[in-house]
Design a protein around this ligand. Sequence first.
Ligand SMILES: Cc1cn([C@H]2C[C@H](O)[C@@H](COP(=O)(O)OP(=O)(O)OP(=O)(O)O)O2)c(=O)[nH]c1=O
Length: 206
Amino acid sequence: MKIILASTSPRRQQLLALADIDFVTQAVEVDESVLPDETPQDYIVRMVQAKAAAAGQDLTELYETGEGHYLVITSDTIGVLADGVSILVKPTDKADAFAMWQKMSNTQHAVWTAVQLTVFDNKGNSLHTENILEKTEVTFVELDEPAMEAYWASGEPADKAGGYAIQGKGAAWVERINGSYSNVVGLPLSQTLVAIKNIEKKVAGL
Ligand SMILES: Cc1cn([C@H]2C[C@H](O)[C@@H](COP(=O)(O)OP(=O)(O)OP(=O)(O)O)O2)c(=O)[nH]c1=O
């Protein structure tokens, strides 16, 4: 079964490669707007479904001459403030990043990642799905203006949910975490590997 990581995130690619999984990557574009009154969890579950549907459509063009099944992995990561409802996505600009960081300073937020594993046949029909929804609590140190200025100037925050990378310079802001580290980076690795194994067993019986 060919495994396709439908993601442009180099972090997700690195994590899956660490586990010696043989996969190819495919970019997917979806509208990432949050709907009014949508909960953070509903939002990321909707995102991974939308990314999987988009990838499935591309499969029909890319793999129509192939045979067998394709496992498409999609993932979406957000931060959620301690109020449980305020969603932190990628900062739109410096002011947006600073506004987020002020709310994250000296307190705890959660990082949630949804993963969907979807088995497609070579016509793009979805045969089976498994879902993961994982939360990690992250506590930040107190942030001051010079630290925020320097971090924004590094360029690292721009394409990261919550405007930081725990795997990069952002580590300096993380006092502690409770939960999966790889979940914060964008793909809860051990949980994803268990799901891949389950699916491989199921597909063998299809
Ligand atoms: C909190 C945090 C997020 N991130 C990243 C993970 C995700 O790549 C990104 C959240 O954006 P996503 O929309 O989840 O993913 P993406 O747009 O980067 O990739 P794709 O949709 O193609 O799969 O933030 C880190 O790398 N480190 C961190 O510490």
